[in-house]
Design a protein around this ligand. Structure first.
Ligand SMILES: Nc1ncnc2c1ncn2[C@@H]1O[C@H](COP(=O)(O)OP(=O)(O)O)[C@@H](O)[C@H]1O
Ligand SMILES: [Mg+2]
Length: 368
C-alpha cells in the first residue's frame, strides 16, 4: 500500500485536476481515490497555452515555451499543495507524483514521432519535496507507438469485468475509447473530438469556455449534410491505432466547411452530433452489446449523453459515477497509477493500444 498523487490537465485547458490515491495492486480494489481537487487555469495562462499550442501563430515559440514550462511547473506544484492542505496527508506520506503535463504539440505521424508536454517536473519535485514522474508518452513513441492514449491500461486495471464486455469512453477535449471484452484482448484509441470543437465554437460565438449541459447546442438543429461533411474527414475512417489532438481538430479545421452560411447554434448542435456519431460508430465496429461507461468532463453534457444513448440503444450507457468514481478524476488517477508503475519497474503502455513494438516502462523520475 502506498500513497500517490496524480496530476492531469488535458486538451480542454480548463483546470489542473489533482488526486490523492492509495495503490495496492495485490488488492481486489487496487486503487482508491482518497482526495481530489481542481485548480482552474487563470485566463491569461489559458490564452498563453492556446497561443503556444497553435502551430501557425506562435512567434517566438522557444522563449514562450520555456517560460510557460516553468510557470506551469509552479502551478502544478500549487495544485499539489492545495490538494494536500485539504487532506490529512503530508508530503512525507506520498511516494510520488505522476504529472502528465500540458500537451502543446503531439505529432505521432512525424518522421521522428514526438510529443511535448510542459509543466517543469523539476519545479514540481523541488517545490513539493515529492519525487515526481513525468514525460510518460515519449518512450512509447520511440518504440513506434502513438504515445496515446495511455489511460486504457488503467481502465483495464479498474474496470475489467470477466462477465461483461465493457467500453470506457473518455470525453475530454478529444474522445478516446477503451474496449474491455470479458475475454480477449483490449483495444483503445482516440476516436476524434469530444469537447474541443464545441468549446472552441462556443468560445468564438458566445465567449463562454464551454456549452454547459449542451444547452446552446440544444437550441439548434443538427444539419445532416454538414454532419456528413464533418464525418468524411479521413481521421474517422483511419484504422486504429491512432491518436489526435487540438493541433488537428481546431477552428482552422472548421474553416474548410463554409460555416458562415449556418446559424452558429445549428453548427454547435451538429458538432455535438459529430462527437456522438463518431464515438458510437467506433464502438459498434468492435461490439454490438455491453456496458458503455462515460467519463471525462463531457459525461456531464446531458444532451451529448442522451444522443449517445440514442445511437447505442443496444448498450447500457452509464457514467463512471455508477462505479464509484466521479467522471472528472479518472485521468488524473491514471497518472498516479502510471507513476506507481514506473517506480516499480512495471510497464505502462499497451502495445495493442498504442501500436508500440513492445511494452515499456513509461516516465522519467525527478527526485525530490
Ligand atoms: N456540465 C457540463 N456540460 C457540458 N460540458 C461539460 C460540463 N462539464 C465539463 N464539460 C466539458 O468537459 C471539458 C473538460 O473535460 P476534461 O475531462 O477535463 O477534459 P481534458 O482532459 O481534455 O481537460 C470542458 O472543457 C467541457 O467541454
Ligand atoms: Mg481538464
Amino acid at each position: 500500500m502506498a500513497y500517490y498523487i496524480g496530476l492531469m490537465s488535458g486538451t480542454s485547458v480548463d483546470a489542473i485536476d489533482a488526486v490523492l490515491c492509495n495503490i495496492d495492486e495485490s488488492s481486489a480494489n487496487p486503487i482508491q481515490l482518497l482526495h481530489n481537487k481542481s485548480l482552474p487555469f487563470p485566463n491569461v495562462i489559458q490564452q498563453q497555452i492556446h497561443s503556444i499550442s497553435n502551430a501557425e501563430y506562435a512567434h517566438d515559440p522557444i522563449e514562450e515555451m520555456a517560460l510557460l514550462d516553468r510557470e506551469l511547473g509552479e502551478l502544478f506544484a500549487e495544485a499539489v499543495d492545495d490538494l494536500l492542505k485539504d487532506s490529512e496527508y503530508s508530503k512525507d506520506d506520498i511516494t510520488a507524483i505522476g504529472s502528465h503535463g500540458q500537451t502543446i504539440r503531439h505529432r505521432p505521424d512525424a518522421y521522428h514521432p514526438f510529443t511535448i508536454q510542459i509543466g517543469n517536473p523539476h519545479s514540481i519535485a523541488a517545490r513539493t519535496g515529492i519525487t515526481t514522474v513525468a514525460d510518460f508518452r515519449t518512450r512509447d513513441m520511440v518504440y513506434g507507438g502513438q504515445g496515446a492514449p495511455l489511460v486504457p491500461a488503467f481502465h483495464q486495471a479498474i474496470f475489467h469485468d470477466p462477465q461483461q464486455d465493457r467500453m470506457i469512453v473518455n470525453l475530454g477535449g478529444i474522445a478516446n475509447i477503451t474496449y474491455l471484452p470479458a475475454n480477449g484482448e483490449l483495444l483503445g484509441y482516440d476516436t476524434g473530438p469530444a469537447n474541443t470543437l464545441m468549446d472552441q465554437w462556443i468560445s468564438r460565438h458566445q465567449n463562454k469556455s464551454y456549452d454547459q449541459n449542451g444547452e446552446w447546442a440544444q437550441q439548434g438543429k443538427v444539419l445532416p449534410e454538414l454532419l456528413n461533411d464533418f464525418m468524411s474527414d479521413p481521421y474517422f475512417s483511419q484504422p486504429n491505432p491512432k491518436s489526435t489532438g487540438r493541433e488537428y481538430f481546431n477552428l482552422n479545421w472548421l474553416k474548410q466547411f463554409s460555416l458562415d452560411d449556418f446559424a452558429p447554434h445549428d453548427v454547435q448542435a451538429t458538432l455535438l452530433e459529430l462527437t456522438a456519431q463518431s464515438v458510437s460508430q467506433a464502438i459498434q465496429q468492435h461490439t454490438q452489446t455491453g456496458t458503455v461507461i462515460l467519463c471525462g468532463g463531457g459525461a456531464y453534457n446531458s444532451v451529448l449523453q442522451q444522443s449517445l444513448k440514442t445511437h447505442l440503444s443496444n448498450f447500457e450507457v452509464t457514467t463512471s459515477q455508477e462505479f464509484g468514481v466521479a467522471p472528472d478524476w479518472i485521468e488524473a488517477m491514471a497518472f498516479a497509477w502510471l507513476a506507481h508503475r514506473c517506480l516499480n519497474n512495471l510497464s505502462g503502455n499497451l502495445p495493442a493500444v498504442t501500436g508500440a513494438k513492445q511494452e515499456t516502462i513509461l516516465g522519467s523520475i525527478y527526485p525530490a
